[in-house]
Design a protein around this ligand. Structure first.
Ligand code: COA
Length: 325
């Protein structure tokens, strides 16, 4: 297998900021509750005429510029999303056309909050085997479009955004190991019931608010801590490394208490844990992606560093990845 590395990163966060104070006017909540229970202070919301592809295209353009590459050089585009513009065609087809990446194969994957790490792993296989040379991987979500703004249990948690990276063969470093998992026995903990082939859109489904995501947060919390800890241990073992070798862990940003509990179990000091949840909330596949992008932009990831991505979400699915930068 060829060595595969990330050679460019980009992100796009919509302009509109929704603060905890704004949410206090919508539902029975408080800045104090949201901050202490989740770590979130504000989140971004896409505008009415911005779809997920628009967020993805902007992030992709920045990543291509950062990698000093033209869209025509891409031969693979993978978009991780659970909030596509429409059921079909894929967001990836829309992005391919918008970028004029005419020769790129393009498809979406649905792995919720682990989608970005799943997509990285798929791209790594294709490039590692020599099937394709240059890949664009994007995690993009418009979760505000599936958020029930009357449900205080969920509406305070989510936001919109996109993070992108360019992968290609590298001489040294790159992705050392990936570890993916799924437990399909707990679908009820986090899902969006209607709008698919099980429950097509009808007046009944709309009236029953079944086009909004449903979550049993408390139960998920415990599983998230255990699963993310386990995934980090497994992927690091596969890489032949120890936690003392890790320079920065970049976890999925669902809840700062989950992240800190995982960090504590792994014996990582707080300065080795990347957090941006206070600015964006949980953006599903876009969370790990933008966290990686911002860690790079802020200089928290330097050449030669060992970076550990760790994600978990609806499915249930999880994915971890060790990268030598
Ligand atoms: N404002 C004020 N009170 C709220 C609230 C809000 N926005 N949302 C819930 N509450 C209330 C509940 O009604 C409950 O009240 P009660 O005790 O009177 O019934 C109380 O706060 C505690 O609720 P609980 O659900 O036990 O809180 P929690 O500490 O578990 O925090 C989450 C809730 C959702 C923040 C947390 O469980 C979480 O982050 N879960 C994991 C999410 C996750 O990992 N998702 C998967 C990846 S995407």
């Amino acid at each position: 297998m060829r060595k595969v590395g990330i050679v460019g990163v980009g992100e796009y966060l919509p302009q509109r900021v929704l603060t905890n104070a704004d949410l206090e006017k919508l539902v029975d909540t408080s800045d104090e509750w949201i901050t202490t229970r989740t770590g979130i202070k504000e989140r971004r919301l896409a505008s009415g005429d911005e779809a997920v592809s628009d967020l993805a295209i902007n992030a992709a353009k920045e990543a291509l510029a950062n990698a000093h590459l033209n869209p025509e050089e891409l031969d693979l585009i993978i978009i991780a999303t659970i909030t596509p513009d429409m059921q079909f065609p894929s967001v990836a087809s829309i992005v391919q056309n918008a970028l004029s990446a005419k020769t790129a194969v393009a498809f979406d994957i649905s792995a919720a909050c682990a989608g970005f790490v799943y997509a990285l792993s798929i791209a790594q296989q294709f490039i590692g085997l020599g099937t394709y040379k240059i890949a664009l991987v994007v995690g993009a979500e418009k979760l505000s479009s599936v958020t029930d703004w009357q449900d205080r249990n969920t509406c305070v948690l989510f936001g919109d955004g996109a993070g992108a990276c360019i992968l290609k063969e590298v001489k040294s470093g790159g992705i050392i190991s990936t570890y993916l998992g799924c437990d399909g026995s707990k679908l009820e903990l986090l899902n969006l019931p209607a709008g698919g082939s099980r429950l097509p859109a009808s007046h009944e489904t709309v009236n029953a608010r079944q086009h909004f995501l449903k979550m049993q947060g408390n139960e998920l919390f415990k599983i998230a801590v255990k699963t993310m800890t386990d995934a980090a241990e497994k992927v690091l073992k596969q890489a032949g490394l120890k936690f003392s070798d890790v320079d920065l862990i970049i976890p999925h940003q669902a809840n700062s208490r989950i992240i800190m509990a995982v960090g504590k179990r792994l014996g990582l000091s707080e300065d080795k844990i990347f957090l941006n949840i206070e600015k964006y909330g949980n953006m599903s596949s876009a969370s790990t992606a933008t966290a990686l992008v911002e860690a790079v932009k802020e200089g928290r990831v330097k050449k030669g560093d060992i970076v550990l991505l760790d994600s978990f979400g609806a499915g249930l699915v999880w994915g971890a990845c060790v990268i030598k930068w």
